[in-house]
Design a protein around this ligand. Structure first.
Ligand code: T3D
Length: 258
């Protein structure tokens, strides 16, 4: 079986990290394949939402530590610049929503790849661990950037240094993720959310993502100027016309994604 799987249905691309016996830990082959599949999702206009999840009991245990002591191990420089940085960059630049559906433990790079998705949801038995400090590393894959912005500097600092396990319910409470679902509701809830997103005005969502990406570093004035530019682009889409028409005609809109 390939270490990452892709299936597409009703505009939703499901990407499944697939090394369940290794808790879906990343080796080089898996990291490069994930990049390739994210590129396919980026360019395929039939795909209007990407759902990222894990096979088996874990979401992802981060770097495969066994690979580092195997034959021809990738260098640290390769691991970040060729594996994880291109993955999180592709997720942030994906012109459609990416939902991370966290089905189990998300540790190390696995946690931070999860957290860079547009919407992160988890089942109640999932957990998040900034495992890096336990092996003498620093949080990577954007963790030092995203965590303080998601949960505040103090909590980010404590989790990065202590490497404590955060349950899905705690993660929801502290604003690290959007929602925690019961195990019973998890599958149906993520499918419902992904299907809903795939039927929404995709261009508008992509422009929203662009604006949110910029908001971390922009001044208020610069962000207002960016909203002005992006809103004009949104207003030129057919989906904007359809949305307004449908509202005025008191019917449900049919969005095509452009
Ligand atoms: O050089 C660099 O590393 C640069 C890259 C940095 C990016 C990173 O992601 S660094 C962080 C790497 N990840 C970790 O340190 C996490 C290590 N794993 C764990 O702490 C625990 O496994 C978990 C908390 C994730 C889950 O615990 P638990 O008790 O549910 O499962 P387990 O029994 O520890 O693991 C089950 C199996 O998966 C086990 O194999 P076995 O004994 O059944 O053959 C275990 O060795 C394997 N496994 C889990 N994580 C990894 C792994 N194998 C390789 N690499 C892993 N990361």
């Amino acid at each position: 079986m390939a270490p990452v799987l892709l299936s597409v249905s009703n505009g939703v691309a499901t990407i499944t990290l697939n090394r369940p016996d290794k808790l879906n830990a990343f080796n080089r082959e898996m990291a490069l394949l994930l990049q390739n599949l994210l590129d396919q999702c980026h360019t395929d206009i039939a795909i209007r939402c990407v759902l990222l999840t894990g096979a088996g009991k874990a979401f992802c245990a981060g770097q495969d530590l066994a690979e580092l002591v195997g034959e021809n191990p990738p260098s640290m420089q390769q691991i970040l610049s060729e594996h994880y940085n291109p993955i999180v960059t592709r997720i942030r630049q994906m012109p459609k929503p990416v939902v991370a559906a966290i089905n189990g433990v998300a540790a190390g790079a696995g946690a931070n790849i999860a957290l860079c998705a547009d919407i992160v949801v988890a089942t109640e038995t999932a957990s998040f661990i900034q495992a890096f400090s336990k092996i003498g590393l620093i949080p990577d894959s954007g963790g030092t950037y995203l965590l303080p912005r998601l949960i505040g500097w103090q909590k980010a600092s404590a989790l990065a240094m202590l490497g404590d396990k955060v349950s899905a319910a705690e993660a929801e409470k502290m604003g690290m993720i959007y929602k925690c679902f019961t195990q019973e509701d998890f599958e149906s809830s993520i499918q419902k959310m992904a299907t809903q997103l795939a039927q929404m005005p995709t261009q508008g969502l992509a422009l929203t993502k662009q604006a949110l990406n910029a908001s971390f570093t922009n001044t208020y004035e610069a962000q207002l100027a960016l909203e002005d530019v992006l809103q004009q682009q949104a207003a030129q889409t057919q989906d904007y016309n359809e949305g307004v028409q449908a509202f005025l005609e008191k019917r449900l809109p049919t969005f095509k994604g452009y």
